[in-house]
Design a protein around this ligand. Structure first.
Ligand code: SF4
Length: 115
């Protein structure tokens, strides 16, 4: 049986610790920031409940071509100047221009870069 010195033991412990920390860092890169929802989480969330809105508010939303999942690179509700953050642990945020819940990864024609 091989005999380990204290120095060998410490060296192997440091290598194992570094590997463990590296794996944690790698895993953290696999997860997207919460405000972007993460691809899987965002895809399963819906912010399309317009049941509490008046007809004209739904029309305004439709006229602005709001979509739940932005097709415009770099433009989402979460980075729009008019987006309001969700409260109370909710997923959907609000909008200063339109009524109703809005998906952080959504988009509409009124999008504007944050001032
Ligand atoms: S203006 Fe449009 S893109 Fe901006 S937060 Fe409101 S719905 Fe989203």
């Amino acid at each position: 049986m091989e005999k380990y010195s204290r120095k060998d033991f410490l060296k192997k412990g440091l290598i194992a610790g570094a590997a463990f920390a590296g794996a944690g860092t790698l895993l953290s890169y696999c997860r997207k920031p919460a405000d972007e929802g993460g691809a899987d989480e965002a895809a399963s969330q819906s912010c399309n409940d317009t049941s509490g809105l008046a007809e004209n508010e739904i029309t305004a939303r439709n006229d602005a071509n709001y979509v739940e999942n932005s097709k415009t690179p770099g433009q989402t509700c979460s980075n729009c100047n008019y987006y309001t953050q969700p409260t109370g642990g909710a997923y959907c945020g609000g909008c200063q221009l339109l009524k109703g819940p809005f998906n952080p990864i959504g988009h509409c024609d009124l999008w504007a870069a944050k001032a």
